[in-house]
Design a protein around this ligand. Structure first.
Ligand code: NDP
Length: 478
């Protein structure tokens, strides 16, 4: 694929060319692209600024219809887009198609948001007055996204922003620009007016800084360390921020858990999609009565997955997305062993039919809560198990980590589930379900430093993508 930047309704080349390769087959080039220069980013921001009043005033029904059409097109082309996604990011074709459908659902949901009333009417304390609270678009939204969900994450941000009358400049991860190009083509085809949506490929910091400086709001998903840089830059211009950041999500397994279910949800959370989900399970906290049986079954589960080329029909776990992450994953496992963890399964590079970044799902056992392997995000197919006495110790261990994104518990005891749900400091909690695999119609996000600012998705989107205005109307004076 040859992908260009999309600025003010025109497809243009940038200044510095680059290529992406298929992590399932490093000998295959997936696409050639070019990064924009400073003037082009400024032009994209200016185009979004010019287009914003017109888009905010655009007929409601027509705006909703356009968003719905984007969703329809995503479903219609889900195999084509999913295939590209699988080739550039490495998730299996089934997961990639599923992600594309999820992106469509975000557009369909946001098409409905356009039509929902946005305001409240109050009686006033003053005779002859009333008070009206309305919501207005925040303005120009900069969206910066990571590589692990290259269709669904940009889609959620774009759909939410556009539905409330904002315009958007998107900068995708440099590892996965092709998916963003596909999305931009569909937005154009659906009739999004020139300047309302713009796509720029650029270096994170250089492009990001200009976008943050010139936008009214920034919606960012990525690593916590990048989030800190972004936040300090945004502080200079006081740009409104929504940051969805890293996780080190814990799953607690209690003695009374259904063992089959516990193994299923732990395996899914930890290893499916190559562990490259921000909500993936990286810590598994197991009470002593079930610990040994659980570990034995999990080691077998890890070994049972078919790791391979993302487009092969029988592949369950695709490659790691890029060489840097691949090397970091292998080093993470070695470092964990260095601090005393035992490797019960995987954790090594495996050969496939092609020259890909394949890694066997890793299970680290006999770890301690304060070890590095239970404190630092790995963002790979790596889970660390720690043994605890009881629920109290499990809650303490689950909360003993700076990240606060997602957490879960496997138990058949409702009282224990409810205690954990209340005590968990994570932004999202699951009971008898994987810590990952969340829904688009409800708020998504973690507490700081896993998240910052208003949550994404569902009703929470209005909080970020609009500003409220309180008006006092003295109708009695007339
Ligand atoms: P990064 O933080 O490395 O990059 C994310 C995006 O930020 C990329 O587009 C990158 O551009 C850009 N960027 C890099 N530096 C800057 C900067 N100084 N200013 C502005 N933008 C910048 O994350 P990854 O792509 O490696 O994604 C993995 C991370 O994302 C993990 O930590 C994961 O937990 C998190 N994540 C969180 C989610 C959540 O909802 N909480 C969901 C999904 C992922 P470029 O690629 O050009 O460097």
């Amino acid at each position: 694929m040859k992908g260009q930047n999309y600025i003010d309704g025109r497809w243009i080349d940038g200044e510095v060319s680059f290529e992406t390769v298929n992590p399932s087959d490093l000998d295959e080039v997936v696409g050639s692209y070019s990064k924009v220069g400073e003037a082009q980013i400024r032009e994209a921001m200016a185009a979004a600024r010019r287009a914003q009043p017109g888009w905010a005033a655009f007929n409601m029904q027509a705006r909703s219809d356009i968003l719905r059409k984007v969703g329809d097109l995503l479903i219609e082309r889900s195999r084509e887009i999913g295939t590209l996604l699988a080739r550039e990011e490495g998730k299996t074709l089934a997961d990639a198609i599923g992600e594309t459908v999820r992106a469509a659902q975000c557009f369909h949901y946001s098409a409905g948001d356009v039509l929902r009333a946005q305001g409240e009417w109050y009686n006033s304390m003053r005779d002859g007055f009333n008070v009206v609270v309305t919501r207005e678009p925040v303005g120009v939204v900069a969206a910066i996204t990571p590589w692990n969900f290259p269709v669904a994450l940009p889609a959620a941000k774009i759909a939410g922003a556009l539905s409330f009358g904002n315009t958007v400049v998107l900068k995708p991860s440099s590892y996965v620009p092709g998916s963003a190009v596909m999305l931009a083509r569909l937005l154009e085809e659906a009739g999004v007016p020139a300047g309302v949506f713009n796509l720029v490929m650029g270096d994170g910091r250089a492009a990001g800084n200009i976008m943050i400086d010139e936008a009214d709001a920034l919606t960012f998903t990525g690593g916590t360390s990048t989030g800190r840089l972004v936040l300090s830059r945004a502080a200079e211009t006081m740009t409104k921020c929504q940051l969805e950041l890293g996780g080190k999500n814990a799953l607690v397994v209690l003695d009374d858990a259904d063992l089959d279910l516990a193994v299923e949800i732990a395996g899914n959370g930890a290893w499916i999609q190559t562990g490259q989900r921000c909500t993936g399970t990286e810590r598994i906290i197991v009470t002593k009565g079930i610990h040994d049986a659980f570990v034995e079954r999990m080691a077998k589960k890890a070994a049972s997955y078919k790791v391979g080329h993302a487009l092969d029909a029988d592949t369950q776990i695709g490659p790691v997305c890029n060489v840097q992450q691949f090397n970091e994953n292998l080093q993470f496992v070695k470092d964990a062993q260095g601090e005393g963890a035992e490797l019960a399964a995987g954790g090594v590079a495996v050969e496939g039919r092609t020259r890909g970044l394949f890694m066997a799902p890793a299970l680290l056992v006999n770890t301690q809560s304060d070890w590095r392997c239970n404190q630092h995000e790995s963002f790979g197919p790596i889970a660390a198990v720690m043994k605890v006495e009881d629920l109290d110790e499990a809650i303490h261990a689950a909360n003993n980590c700076e990240y606060k994104l997602s957490s879960g518990i496997a138990t058949t005891n409702l009282k224990s589930a409810e205690r954990f749900r209340k005590a968990s400091q994570a932004g999202m909690v699951t009971v008898n379900a994987p810590t990952a695999g969340l829904e688009y119609h409800v708020p998504l996000g973690g507490r700081s430093p896993s998240g910052y600012g208003p949550r994404e998705s569902g009703a929470a989107a209005a909080e970020f993508f609009t500003e409220s205005k309180t008006s006092y109307i003295n109708h009695g004076a007339l």
